[in-house]
Design a protein around this ligand. Structure first.
Ligand SMILES: [Zn+2]
Length: 231
């Protein structure tokens, strides 16, 4: 009788251990999905963040996306925008999404409120940088620190000056012209990995040719492809 009960206790304990381990291991990563242009979907399994998405599909000759991508957006998500050019932001699309699914959007219009996210999202902080971009007086780049991983979102800014001041970035998402500016001005970018985003369809073949073999540069060419950051 006594032995039988102990055995059951052991089985129960083991099961609980497995469930706990499985549960933890599932949340031990940040997943980033490329949606097009500078559009990314980031999740740690609990919080859902979209950056520069939804934009206007096909705007300025950049990437199109299927209507189903709007339907796939998670409920009560956080939307962060670098600026309001239509290849980064669509008023119509974001209104529709927030009306249907809730969530909150952040950008130049409420930039001071972004800090509030640090109280809502566990193990998360965000640094805001006012950065220069032609034809937009209100452009921001962001450094997200989430579960101790640093993710930099450059957006459309032409200058590598700001990113050059940041130490120990894990993933820096930049357009190719940031490489050119960094080279020209001898700016060193301290990141483990580059996600090369905002490629126009016509630039994809040359981007693949130039960057595919470089170990720490990932050209973002296929919409829907995912990056996993192990925590
Ligand atoms: Zn722009």
């Amino acid at each position: 009788m006594h032995i039988k009960r102990s055995f059951r206790t052991i089985i129960l304990t083991l099961t609980l251990c497995l469930i706990t381990t499985f549960g933890l291991s599932q949340s031990k990563e940040i997943k980033i999905e490329f949606l097009g242009n500078c559009g990314l979907y980031l999740t740690d399994g609990k919080t859902n963040i979209y950056t520069d998405f939804p934009y206007k599909s096909g705007a300025h000759g950049y990437m199109e996306f299927d209507q189903s991508e709007l339907e796939n957006i998670k409920e009560n998500s956080i939307f962060i925008f670098t600026h309001k050019h239509s290849d980064h932001y669509s008023d119509k699309n974001i209104k529709k999404v927030i009306n249907e699914k809730g969530g909150k959007k952040y950008g130049s219009w409420n930039i001071e409120k972004l800090k509030n996210l640090e109280k809502i999202i566990p193990d998360f902080s965000i640094q805001v940088f006012k950065t220069k971009h032609k034809w937009s007086s209100k452009h921001y780049s962001y450094l997200i620190t989430w579960h101790n991983k640093k993710i930099y979102l450059s957006g459309d800014t032409e200058s590598a000056k700001t990113i050059g001041t940041i130490k120990n970035i894990d993933w820096a998402f930049v357009p190719y012209w940031i490489f050119l500016d960094a080279k020209e001005n001898e700016i060193k970018i301290d990141t483990k990995m580059f996600g090369l985003y905002h490629l126009a369809t016509v630039q994809i073949p040359s981007a693949k040719k130039n960057y595919d073999d470089i170990e720490n540069i990932k050209p973002m060419v296929v919409q829907g492809e995912k990056i996993t950051i192990k925590l």
